[in-house]
Design a binder for this molecule. Structure first.
Ligand SMILES: *[C@@H]1O[C@H](CO)[C@@H](O)[C@H](O)[C@H]1NC(C)=O
Ligand SMILES: *[C@@H]1O[C@H](CO)[C@@H](O)[C@H](O)[C@H]1NC(C)=O
Ligand SMILES: *[C@@H]1O[C@H](CO)[C@@H](O)[C@H](O)[C@H]1NC(C)=O
Ligand SMILES: *[C@@H]1O[C@H](CO)[C@@H](O)[C@H](O)[C@H]1NC(C)=O
Ligand SMILES: *[C@@H]1O[C@H](CO)[C@@H](O)[C@H](O)[C@H]1NC(C)=O
Ligand SMILES: *[C@@H]1O[C@H](CO)[C@@H](O)[C@H](O)[C@H]1NC(C)=O
Ligand SMILES: *[C@@H]1O[C@H](CO)[C@@H](O)[C@H](O)[C@H]1NC(C)=O
Length: 668
């Protein structure tokens, strides 16, 4: 718990200051939890400045020095002597702790040394800003504020303004200790200090606008100079009611399936987007209905999404809105970043997401390859070589037999290599040979071997060809991180993901691009197939089901098992958000009941159904063969026609010339 003491003590009589010390001690002992650090903060150098600037006369200066020497020392001494807290003294010129959190501060005492209304408020504001800069800053604490009789406005107004300043940073458990004014009571107990506080949600229906601070208790002094509280009131009562009577939860969100989905309503004057579906919208509605709060939406500046850190330490996007306190919660599958963003806290994570590579799916083999893909290159070569070898052997065998047997053969079909090749070509194609092979056993043997060989090859070829024509199959699918990087393909990541996955900034991923418009990136993966990227599994599972599935139910974007990194999905809130515990409880109940999983399944199912209806899917086990399937046959046909046409042309030209030549010859 924290204590905030703001005081303009140098203006008040010495006795009041002594009482103030007593009073602060008393409150500290009664209300502050031990163990946690107690922070005492005041503006030391401000004091010196104000000495020359604000103070005009000696009396005031003396009072001020008195404060320096005695009040501060006495307060610190007393607090220290109790040995209940580790005391941190915070003066404005100290370097504040920039390191990672150690343990949250237990309480604060902040002291302002001004006496003008405006200056006091400004001073408190500046001090709070400095304190907030610390990782250990804890607005969910108890605060005590001591205020002076400010010039220019009522004490109540001053208390209200200071409370307002603290409420901006979600400090709620605060009291102000203010020297009492007015007619002194003549009984033996004299009220010296009043204790103020405010109730943000009282009367019911009011939503945390600081209007009227109320007096909780009086610090009275008896005739011996002993101080005590008059009513022993509870100084830090519970201030957040169970039923918030329609006070707003302001959420920062943007469309991101399946967490936040919208429906567009077009009215006559404008088109309005209403976020009304999605896992986190349902979660938000659950928060709202459990506490009777109303949900309001704000969208982050366009294109900034979750936001990235800027060089000066501030954040853009929904994270930035949180840090500035403009919104109460941020949504959209927010990866846990509360360890790197000061000024935010995270609710209990409600899902675990995995970050994976998303790569183009393997492309089907082009149809024109079907005819030649049946065999590997080596088999084709082997086949070709055996074709030539057997033809050559046939030719040689026929030649040999012609020379050995003097009577010339009636059959001249195999007497040259070209003739052999032509005949064997006919056998390959399963055609009959125009002439019988010579009736020599050796020749017939060679012929028969070739026929058998071709029969085997042909049968296998045709069997496979049919299946390749019907389903050409897929080319190689990228299936590891290594392959993506070595493929030479461009790859990227949405910038907000980069801030939570530091591995990606390493040397290995030096060619990593930033993918600012993730829809463009997805389209590029699905349709141009020249890009890969790293993204959330939840979101992509869903996006693929909804948008990147073709008519046959095949995905256009693929992934592989390898998980790049696992991330907690949470709902961040500004540090000190009063509903944190209540919301955590709701999340816990939803998780234990398995409702969040159920939502996910529901939404995925309905969305994929809807996208099926929209795409008008016609899919089945049997497909009609189309020109696309027969591509290769047609290409071969065209090639053949082209070749024969060329030969035809060539023949016409060549023959005409030959005739002309012979005519000219005969003319002589
Ligand atoms: C000095 O301060 C006292 C009390 O605040 C006041 O009565 C007195 O008039 C001041 N003197 C001058 C010169 O301002
Ligand atoms: C009195 O309070 C109002 C409202 O907070 C503020 O604007 C004004 O500056 C105050 N007056 C003085 C003299 O400080
Ligand atoms: C004096 O104090 C007592 C007890 O706090 C109170 O009842 C009484 O009204 C006070 N008198 C005046 C004149 O303020
Ligand atoms: C009040 O003061 C008197 C005289 O100084 C002292 O004897 C007494 O113990 C004190 N009482 C308390 C409760 O501090
Ligand atoms: C307040 O508490 C103190 C000690 O705890 C006790 O002496 C005193 O009588 C109480 N006063 C009231 C009004 O209850
Ligand atoms: C919820 O808040 C409204 C005011 O916005 C109130 O009228 C209603 O009674 C509350 N509901 C419950 C159940 O308390
Ligand atoms: C940081 O820089 C951005 C623009 O670059 C600016 O809008 C923002 O106000 C700056 N924040 C701080 C705290 O300086």
């Amino acid at each position: 718990m924290f204590t905030l003491v703001v005081s303009v003590l140098w203006q008040t009589p010495t006795q009041v200051q002594q009482q103030m010390v007593q009073c602060l001690n008393d409150i500290s002992l009664k209300h502050f939890t031990p163990v946690h650090a107690l922070v005492v903060a005041y503006y030391n150098s401000q004091l010196q400045e104000s000495l020359s600037r604000i103070l005009e006369n000696e009396t005031q200066e003396r009072n001020k020095l008195y404060w320096e020497r005695d009040f501060g020392n006495k307060l610190l001494q007393d607090l220290h002597k109790s040995e209940k807290w580790s005391l941190l003294l915070y003066l404005n010129n100290d370097k504040w702790n920039e390191e990672m959190p150690q343990s949250k501060h237990g309480s604060y005492i902040i002291i302002s040394l001004h006496h003008h209304h405006k200056n006091v408020v400004q001073d408190v504001s500046v001090q709070i800003k400095k304190l907030r800069n610390d990782w250990d800053w804890n607005p969910r604490a108890k605060f005590i504020i001591t205020l002076p009789h400010a010039e220019g406005n009522s004490t109540k107004q001053l208390a209200a303004d200071v409370f307002n300043e603290l409420w901006r940073w979600r400090v709620i458990n605060m009291i102000a200790v203010i020297p009492a004014l007015g007619p002194k009571n003549t009984t033996d107990a004299v009220p010296v200090l009043d204790v103020y506080t405010w109730f943000p949600y009282r009367p019911p229906g009011r939503c945390a606008d600081v209007r009227d601070p109320v007096v909780l208790d009086h610090w009275i002094v008896d005739k011996y100079g002993n101080g005590s509280f008059l009513n022993n009131a509870t100084l830090f009562p519970e201030k957040v009611p169970k039923d918030l009577q329609g006070c707003p939860i302001v959420a920062s969100l943007f469309e991101l399936e399946p967490a936040v989905m919208s429906k567009k309503f077009t009215t006559e004057d404008s088109a309005k987007t209403v976020f009304n579906e999605g896992i986190e919208i349902r979660l938000l509605q659950e928060f709202g209905s459990a506490t009777n709060m109303t949900v309001k939406y704000i969208e982050p500046p366009s294109g900034e999404l979750w936001g990235v850190p800027l060089e000066n330490g501030s954040w853009t996007g929904t994270s930035g809105q949180l840090v500035l306190g403009l919104v109460d919660v941020a949504m959209d599958l927010y990866f846990y970043r509360c360890d790197i963003i000061k000024g935010t806290e995270c609710l209990t994570p409600h899902m675990i997401d995995h970050v994976r590579w998303y790569v183009p799916c393997a492309a089907p083999f082009p149809g024109w390859m079907s005819l030649i893909r049946v065999f590997t290159l080596s088999l084709w070569l082997g086949f070709l070589v055996s074709y030539f070898i057997v033809a050559f052997i046939m030719w040689q065998v026929v030649k040999k037999s012609n020379t050995m047997f003097t009577q010339s053969m009636e059959n001249q079909g195999y007497t040259s290599l070209v003739k052999c090749l032509m005949n064997f070509w006919a056998i390959i194609l399963g055609e009959s040979v125009p002439n019988n092979p010579p009736e020599k056993p050796v020749i017939r043997m060679v012929f028969l071997i070739w026929v058998l060989y071709c029969l085997a090859i042909n049968t296998v070829y045709q069997t496979y060809l049919t299946s390749f024509l019907v389903d050409p199959g897929l080319q190689h699918q990228i299936s590891s991180d290594e392959e993506v990087i070595n493929s030479g393909m461009e790859y990227g990541v949405p910038a907000p993901v980069l801030s939570v996955v530091p591995d990606l900034t390493g040397y290995r991923y030096q060619r990593l691009l930033h993918c600012n418009d993730y829809k463009v990136c997805q389209d590029r993966i699905a349709f141009k197939r020249d890009f890969s990227y790293i993204y959330s599994t939840f979101s992509m599972d869903f996006t693929i089901a909804a948008r990147y599935t073709n008519g046959d139910g095949k995905q256009l974007i693929c992934s592989f098992e390898e998980i790049f990194s696992s991330q907690l999905i949470t709902v961040p809130v500004p540090k000190g958000y009063i509903m944190l515990d209540r919301f955590n409880q709701i999340i816990l109940h939803l998780l234990q009941a398995g409702i969040i999983d159920q939502w996910f399944k529901d939404i995925k199912y309905t969305t994929s159904l809807r996208s099926r209806v929209e795409n008008d899917v016609l899919s089945g086990e049997y497909i009609k063969l189309s020109l696309l399937h027969m591509q290769s046959a047609i290409y071969i046909l065209l090639l053949g026609l082209l070749l024969s046409f060329i030969v035809f042309l060539y023949e016409i030209l060549f023959c005409r010339n030959a005739q002309g030549y012979s005519k000219r010859l005969s003319g002589f």
